[in-house]
Design a protein around this ligand. Sequence first.
Ligand SMILES: NC(=O)C1=CN([C@@H]2O[C@H](COP(=O)(O)OP(=O)(O)OC[C@H]3O[C@@H](n4cnc5c(N)ncnc54)[C@H](OP(=O)(O)O)[C@@H]3O)[C@@H](O)[C@H]2O)C=CC1
Ligand SMILES: N[C@@H](CCC(=O)N[C@@H](CSC=O)C(=O)NCC(=O)O)C(=O)O
Ligand SMILES: [Zn+2]
Ligand SMILES: [Zn+2]
Length: 385
Amino acid sequence: MSTEGKTITCKAAVAWEAGKDLVIEDVEVGAPRAHEVRIQVCYTGVCHTDAYMLSGKDPEGAFPVIAGHEGAGIVESVGEGVTNVQKGDVVVALYTPECGECKFCKSGKTNLCGKIRSTQGKGVMPDGTPRFKCKGKELLHFMGTSTFSQYTVLADISCVKVTDKAPMDRTCLLGCGITTGYGAAVITAGKGGIEKGANVAVFGAGCVGLSVIQGAVSRGANKIIVVDVNDTKKDWANKFGATDFVNPAKDLKEGENIQSRLIDMTDGGCDYTFDCTGNVHVMRSALEACHKGWGESIVIGVAAAGQEISTRPFQLVTGRSWRGCAFGGVKGRSQMNDLVNDYMNGTLKVDEFITHRQNLGRINQAFEDMHDGNCIRCVVDMRKV
Ligand SMILES: NC(=O)C1=CN([C@@H]2O[C@H](COP(=O)(O)OP(=O)(O)OC[C@H]3O[C@@H](n4cnc5c(N)ncnc54)[C@H](OP(=O)(O)O)[C@@H]3O)[C@@H](O)[C@H]2O)C=CC1
Ligand SMILES: N[C@@H](CCC(=O)N[C@@H](CSC=O)C(=O)NCC(=O)O)C(=O)O
Ligand SMILES: [Zn+2]
Ligand SMILES: [Zn+2]
């Protein structure tokens, strides 16, 4: 029997309050309204940004909520006026939408679409209401995606159709971590990505940092130096093509700091550095490790509420610059299929990132897995409870 136009009851991992385990509940998912799409979420990754919001540290976090933003699934039904996808399409959810019409989309300068950002930040659909209910209470959406539910409703501009030949347990990871790091290296850095021969430092070799390495390798970078406090990341960094590894907690000599070490290793400083830790002190080191006159440091990590970055303004006066990006600067609807094609033709690593798997019923364990030093990404099978 068709579910089109009807409310669907399914399982979802609900966060009733900050800092508490998620609870698997029966939730009601309303039918998609105009310019909305309801999808069956098949797989979702678990990202540190979910954990950050669930901890209560995100200024935009509000409860009760269904988290999750790294998902792939199948369109179940569409609302009035939807033309970009149809029932049965395989899609990747986009927490950075692309309307193609707003000031941001038309600027050619950013991937940050402004069309639904304010309602997305409040945890509701663009018409100001949520589509989720549980035990008679409305639940909020997260990042416009809420992929920790077996069915979710997205704005049509928040999803992109991809080939059904690409396995969804892999393409879900293109919904955040991999795209973020890779895009930061090949789109955001410099004027359209890292140049051949550039010296690069990547702070933090998790999913995001390893993806920056992939991007740097693809652009023919010279040195790719990974800085991580976790020694187990050395093998990971090498596997992705890093040339050097420094553990700042162990490898520095008397009188040295990480920025002076990197400056020595690169004859004056790095052309590009990337913060993939979310630690504001690391962000400072990453900026100060840049080459005088032109070095650029790109902030990717999400820092906790209230944290601020600082440096001597002289660092900027002398030509270093501080930049940042969300979703790597990638425009999801225009550019996601290039990434999927790269994956399918073997030029973009995705499988290698999956170190852990769980079913929806064990999603709290997926968050535990994330804290395992060997975990790069845990993929959750949403169809198995
Ligand atoms: N801007 C955006 O669009 C996006 C931002 N993010 C953010 O990016 C960040 C990275 O995500 P992800 O790769 O998944 O995270 P991970 O935690 O998997 O990776 C971070 C790595 O950095 C290491 N690390 C921690 N502290 C330091 C330090 N002081 N110096 C050097 N290395 C350190 C960690 O070691 P250890 O394991 O020992 O702690 C870990 O190996 C997060 O803040 C996340 O929220 C994610 C996706 C999109
Ligand atoms: N809501 C937070 C900031 C969280 C944040 O920076 N999110 C990133 C994506 S992180 C993905 O894993 C992002 O896209 N930011 C841009 C945006 O428009 O939200 C806060 O208020 O500090
Ligand atoms: Zn994420
Ligand atoms: Zn837009």
